[in-house]
Design a protein around this ligand. Structure first.
Ligand SMILES: NC(=O)c1ccc[n+]([C@@H]2O[C@H](COP(=O)([O-])OP(=O)(O)OC[C@H]3O[C@@H](n4cnc5c(N)ncnc54)[C@H](OP(=O)(O)O)[C@@H]3O)[C@@H](O)[C@H]2O)c1
Length: 217
């Protein structure tokens, strides 16, 4: 049966998955870009994001990053992860044509379902990614992603609110968190309660982050 998986979701030492004030140029909020420095120093993520990988090292962190792409047929994400537009899609004329953070060819290459309260037509992108906007709620959005995945697993891309809702509803099978050695002080905290029913399945020290995998019991 297809699984619902979260991978490489990075939190600070004080538990934040994004800093405050998400906006254009600072999608992860104030200070949030530090969270993913570990990933950009792996060959796989470094190449995917067009970084210089001459000093990138293979190893535990790279292996975890790669696991996030294996067997995935569709992605589910919240509207804030898709971009900085809030309210109506045309609320800011400069962002009225927003098509995600990732440029003309996003690194998904499969259907991406975006949860939102604001309807919008699907946006086909280069390379096989199409963004579909679902206003019918969490479970309807997840079902659309599962249908689109065609029997493969669904990856939950984030952000914090979306992961929390799915955990609360016990709809996530596996959640990999990378704990990054930085403090953010404020922002969006990933674990806002104890989420009963999830067990720690793996704990591994990587090169730059500590990896914890939770599985639904
Ligand atoms: N640290 C990491 O590894 C990581 C990974 C991914 C993302 N992030 C970061 O996380 C931040 C975004 O997280 P977030 O918690 O602010 O928001 P989010 O989960 O990305 O999106 C929340 C928004 O999605 C829509 N939404 C969510 N659930 C819905 C539902 N059940 N029904 C209808 N609409 C729903 C709502 O938008 P509307 O009501 O406005 O339509 C809601 O305000 C960004 O900074 C992103 O870069 C971090």
């Amino acid at each position: 049966m297809a699984k619902v998986r979260v991978h490489n979701f990075t939190v600070s030492l004080d538990g934040f998955g994004a800093g405050p004030n998400q906006r254009v140029g600072h999608g992860l909020g104030d200070g949030g870009e530090q969270l993913h420095e570990w990933a950009f120093r792996t060959p796989t993520a470094g190449r995917a994001f067009g970084m210089d990988v001459s000093e990138a090292v293979e190893g535990v962190d790279d292996d975890f990053w790669k696991r996030g792409d294996e067997g995935i047929g569709a992605t589910l994400m919240g509207r804030n992860m898709f971009g900085p537009v809030r309210g109506e899609w045309d609320s800011d004329p400069e962002l009225a044509d927003w098509k995600g953070w990732w440029g003309p060819e996003p690194p998904y290459h499969h259907p991406v379902v975006v949860l939102t309260h604001h309807a919008r037509d699907p946006i086909p992108m280069e390379g096989g990614t199409t963004f579909h906007f679902v206003t019918a709620g969490l479970e309807a959005g997840l079902q659309q992603a599962l249908d689109a995945a065609g029997g493969k697993d669904v990856r939950v891309g984030g952000g914090v609110s979306t992961v929390q809702q799915l955990l609360r509803a016990r709809l996530i099978d596996e959640l990999h968190v990378a704990i990054s050695p930085v403090f953010l002080g404020s922002g969006e905290r990933l674990f806002d309660t104890d989420y009963p029913g999830y067990d720690v399945a793996e704990m591994v020290a990587g090169d730059r982050v500590f990896h914890v995998v939770l599985r639904r019991g």
